[in-house]
Design a protein around this ligand. Structure first.
Ligand code: ATP
Length: 261
C-alpha cells in the first residue's frame, strides 16, 4: 500500500545542510500497522510528512496504492502531536472540517461524525468548543476528524505523547479497535517502546541522524493487546527488550540489507 524506495531528504537551513533521512526502503502492506521508533531528531516526522505529501523527497520515490505522492490526498489522513482544533468551531464542526476542505456532502457525513464522537466517548459534547474539553478529549476529537473520510492510510505523529499515561493507554486501546475494524493502513511515529509493542505489527527502528533503517522488528503478539498484567506478558517483555537494545546501540552500523519486506 505504501512504498518508499531509496528515499532521502536533506534540509538547507540557515546554519547549513541537514541530512534528515538517507536511503529509506520500506513496504507497508494494506491494513498493516507499522510503528516508526527512533531517537529525537532521527527523521521520524520528516518520513511521515514525506508520505503525507506535505514535503517533497530529495531523492527516491514514494507511492501509495501505486500512485506517486506529490501532494496531500483525501484518502490519507494525518494526526499530529497536538490536537490542532479550530478554537471557534464546535466539536462537531471540527470533525466535519475535512468534509468542507475536500467538498464532500455535509449531510451524509454529519451522522458519521456523530457516530464517531459517540464511539470516542464524546456523545453529548458535539456543541462544545475545544477549550471546554480536556487535552485527552481534544485529541479524541482530532482522531474522529482524521477518521471522518474513512481514510485508507492514517499517518500519526506521536499523537498521544502530550497526554498522561492512563489516557494514553486508553486511546491506544481505542486506536487498536479502530484499526481492527476499519482495516486502514497505519504508520505511527513514537518515542515509546511500550506504545510500539502495544500497537504495531512491525516496528521500524531508525538510526540516529541521518535516519536510516536499522532494523524492522516483527511483533507477533495476538490482539487486542494490553499493557500491564496479561497473558502475553513474557512476549511483550521480550520484544520490548529487543527494541530497547536496538535504540541504545548508538554507533553500530546499520544492518546490511535490513529486512524491509
Ligand atoms: N523544515 C526544516 N528545516 C530544516 N531542518 C529541518 C526541518 N525539518 C526537520 N529538520 C531537521 O531534520 C532532522 C529530523 O527532524 P524530524 O523532526 O524529522 O525528527 P524526529 O525524529 O521526528 O524528531 P523528534 O522525535 O524530536 O520529533 C532534525 O535535525 C531537524 O532539525
Amino acid at each position: 500500500m505504501i512504498k518508499l524506495s531509496g528515499v532521502s531528504r536533506t534540509f538547507d537551513g540557515r546554519s547549513g545542510r541537514v541530512e534528515a533521512l538517507r536511503g529509506i526502503d520500506l513496504d507497508v502492506a494494506a491494513g498493516e500497522f507499522v510503528a516508526v521508533l527512533g531517537r529525537s531528531g532521527c527523521g521520524k516526522s520528516t518520513m511521515l510528512r514525506l508520505i503525507a505529501g506535505l514535503l517533497p523527497v530529495s531523492e527516491g520515490r514514494i507511492t501509495v496504492a501505486g500512485a506517486p505522492i506529490t501532494k496531500p490526498r483525501p484518502d490519507i489522513a494525518m494526526l499530529f502531536q497536538r490536537p490542532a482544533l479550530l478554537p471557534w468551531r464546535t466539536v462537531l464542526d471540527n470533525v466535519l472540517l475535512p468534509v468542507e476542505m475536500f467538498g464532500w456532502k455535509r449531510a451524509k457525513h454529519r451522522d458519521r461524525a456523530r457516530q464517531l464522537l459517540e464511539l470516542a466517548g464524546l456523545g453529548g459534547f458535539e456543541k462544545r468548543l475545544p477549550h471546554e474539553l480536556s487535552g485527552g478529549m481534544q485529541q479524541r476529537v482530532s482522531l474522529c476528524r482524521s477518521l471522518i473520510g474513512e481514510p485508507r492510510v492514517m499517518l500519526m505523529d506521536e499523537p498521544f505523547s502530550a497526554l498522561d499515561a492512563l489516557t494514553r493507554e486508553e486511546l491506544s486501546g481505542e486506536l487498536q479497535r479502530v484499526h481492527m475494524t476499519s482495516g486502514a493502513t497505519v504508520v505511527f511515529v513514537t518515542h515509546s517502546i511500550d506504545e510500539a509493542v502495544l500497537l504495531a505489527d512491525r516496528v521500524v527502528v531508525l538510526s540516529p541522524r541521518p535516519g536510516r533503517i536499522r532494523k524492522v522488528v516483527d511483533v507477533n503478539i495476538p490482539r487486542p493487546r494490553t499493557l500491564g498484567r496479561n497473558a502475553h506478558l513474557a512476549d511483550v517483555a521480550r520484544v520490548s527488550a529487543d527494541l530497547h537494545e536496538l535504540l541504545m546501540e548508538r554507533d553500530l552500523p546499520v544492518t546490511a540489507g535490513a529486512e524491509t519486506r
